[in-house]
Design a protein around this ligand. Sequence first.
Ligand SMILES: C[S@@+](CC[C@H](N)C(=O)[O-])C[C@H]1O[C@@H](n2cnc3c(N)ncnc32)[C@H](O)[C@@H]1O
Length: 216
Amino acid sequence: MPYFSEFINRVINADCLAALPQLADSSVDFVLTDPPYLVGYHDRHGRRIAGDVDGHWLKPAFAQMFRVLKAGRFCVSFYGWQRAEEFLAAWRAAGFQPVGHLVWVKSYASKRGLLASQHEQAYLLAKGPTGRPTKVLPDVLDWQYTGNVLHPTQKPVRSLKPVIESFTRPGEVVLDPFCGSGTTALAAKNLGRHWVGIEVSEAFSRLASRRLGKAV
Ligand SMILES: C[S@@+](CC[C@H](N)C(=O)[O-])C[C@H]1O[C@@H](n2cnc3c(N)ncnc32)[C@H](O)[C@@H]1O
């Protein structure tokens, strides 16, 4: 098994189903991830997301995230509301307990259908019994517009920071195995946390590495 130092503060260009098994049990303090939503997403430029049609990775990836997370700690996972049952089934099969739900409110609509889409959502999942954070985070937070310049589903650094601040301490390790343009990792880095990013697309993993100021 590679040393943990080979993963720490690096973006690994790999399928997380291949990379996560190389991380030791109970080696990370927090998982904050934004996996594909299984909705066949494409934006107005025709950009698509790898793994967004077939959910074969869902159960094995969350089983690995559960294994590498320390006991008594948390995973926050964005998810597609259209496929909520599959996400909840995968989290529960892995051993996670849903213990909270976060909503980020947008000042604009990202899509207009039957409703104007003005929120993003994520579950707070626990690995076994947990303590309470010193500062309790509201479960409704502000969203900042990114324009999806770096990635078709780019999350805002500023909107992720309060979550990392609430559930980790400086020097702890934050994992995102679906890291895209590296937003989770950048938020963790800016807060003085260590981070591990995994991204299957070579182009996005290079972009994330550059964004994080690392040699590729
Ligand atoms: C919803 S996007 C994450 C966007 C990210 N939060 C950001 O702000 O840029 C999901 C990412 O997971 C990647 N992905 C899909 N399947 C993967 C897998 N099996 N292993 C690692 N990365 C994967 C996709 O290429 C995509 O970049």
